[in-house]
Write a protein that binds this ligand. Structure first.
Ligand code: PXP
Length: 239
């Protein structure tokens, strides 16, 4: 049985569209836990485009399962992580111009940089996960940097334009999971997974946890819409 960790970034994205206080990702995290989620994930980006420090600190105080903070391995954010102490940090590449995280870390290109960040975080008893493409070389490099977990980037699989491409990308994921397991790394997976494409992972038991955000927020908007409209109708019809 795999675990589900729910990413609440996109609840904050909706809030930021109006610059106000609703919807609150902290409340969404509480509801996700009430629904049975095994963990909560948020990404404190350098540009603070969705999650901010207030969210992160409140999530640290309120999350009862496990709080996983996605972040770039840069000094300012490492400092915040050392202070807030999430249960897990997931190191991700970050580009200002991207809409969302576009690829895995190039650990092989900067092993000393990632090792140093990992040592600092692990020194504060934070588990460290590396978000990597399904590439055995990057997984091996993550292991050498001291990663406890690798999160396999499923974005290329999710973006596949044909069944053949999806099957090929999934094949890469299967091989990557095997190579991570051989190195005794814990394995999670995420990015772009939805209610349809996640089904292919049913028999991939070595993936312990799935990190899913956008499709859950998208589904919540739709399944909650009727009830929300009815509530407003109840109000205005009683004017
Ligand atoms: N894992 C990582 C490292 C991510 O950056 C994201 C997106 O924030 C996710 C998983 C979740 O992706 P999605 O929102 O497409 O489910």
């Amino acid at each position: 049985m795999a675990r589900l960790a729910v990413n609440v970034d996109h609840v904050a994205t909706v809030r930021q569209a109006r610059g106000g206080s609703e919807p609150d990702p902290v409340l969404a995290a509480g509801l996700a836990e009430l629904a049975g989620a095994d963990g909560i994930i948020c990404h404190l980006r350098e540009d603070r485009r969705h999650i901010n420090e207030r969210d992160l600190r409140l999530l640290r105080q309120t999350v009862k399962t496990r709080l996983n903070m996605e972040m770039a391995a840069v000094d300012e954010i490492v400092g915040i992580a050392l202070e807030v102490k999430p249960d897990i940090v997931t190191l991700v590449p970050e580009k200002r111009e991207e809409l969302t995280t576009e690829g895995g870390l190039d650990v092989k290109a900067q092993p000393y940089h990632y090792r140093e960040a990992t040592e600092r975080l692990k020194g504060a008893r934070i588990q460290v996960s590396f978000f990597v493409d399904p590439d055995p070389g990057q997984i091996e490099a993550a292991r050498q940097c001291g990663a406890d977990i690798v999160e396999i980037h499923t974005g290329h699989y999710s973006d596949a334009r044909s069944e053949l491409e999806a099957a090929e990308e999934f094949g890469r994921i299967v091989k990557a999971v095997e190579s991570a397991a051989k190195l005794d790394l814990k394995v999670s997976a995420g990015h772009g997974l939805n209610y349809v494409n996640v089904k292919r992972f049913r028999d991939l038991h070595k993936i312990e946890e799935y990190s899913i955000g956008h499709s859950i927020v998208a589904m919540a908007v739709l399944v909650g819409f009727e009830a929300a409209v009815r509530k407003m109708i109840d109000l205005v019809r009683h004017f």
